[in-house]
Design a binder for this molecule. Sequence first.
Ligand code: BTN
Length: 276
Amino acid sequence: MTSDTSLPPLSIETLHDARAGARIGCTLHYFDSVDSTNTVAHRLATDGAAEGTVVIADSQTKGRGRLGRSWVSPPRRNLYMSVILRPAIVAGAAPPLSLVAGVAVAETIRDWTPRAVLKWPNDVLIDRRKVSGVLTEMEADDGWVRFVIVGIGVNINSTADDFPAELRDTAVSLRDIVGAPVDRTAFAESLLSRLEQRYDQFLHGGFVIIRPVCERLSGLTGQHVQVDDGAHRYAGLVTGIAANGSLCLRDATGRDIEVLVGDVSIINTSEGPTER
Ligand code: BTN
């Protein structure tokens, strides 16, 4: 890892002032280093922290990704953030929240580059390389959501040598694309405000309101993919996103399939899966 002291620290005071009175981010907890902001947020939520409480850390020692993967979290460079949400919905209605968060992240990144696309359900890619991921974790009681932790990691100012060799071809930072350091405070401010806007729409109108934005931002429509939902593996051409947030595929036999949760690999038809 290069030691880049030229990068300005994230200004939590500026962020705090910007989010005063807001639903998401009016309570902010900032740490130099934690194991995982999702773990800290989970603890706070279990202890009763209010909806909209945000945990941000400058680095993570055990940053977690989906499917048991780890999230590379070096200090001073990036955004590692977890948001506590308490929507009054049944647990079965919660999966589209991942997409809601993914849309907010993709829209924010597009303020810096129009090349960012959403990879269902909630990764953001630039030129097929991953710049951001979202880890959503839910607790429910009697079938109702008690809280959801939306953990967002964005590679803002990482350089290639921050990533382990096996990720260098598939991960990218915003700084790599923009060609200059990106202000993490401005990024976080914009992201929290977008997340609040999209979350309000979800609460008041349901996912159907956000679905068209999701389809517009999606980098998967028209691509051949493989989707693993933990129990089955599906392959087909992506035809869109359904009203409940499922990914719509048409398989080789012409059958239409909807997958509600899963991990997508884009298939380069001559070579097999090319990315996760
Ligand atoms: C993924 O793409 O697999 C999801 C990555 C999510 C990473 C973020 S960083 C902030 C929050 N804390 C974590 O430990 N994970 C999420």
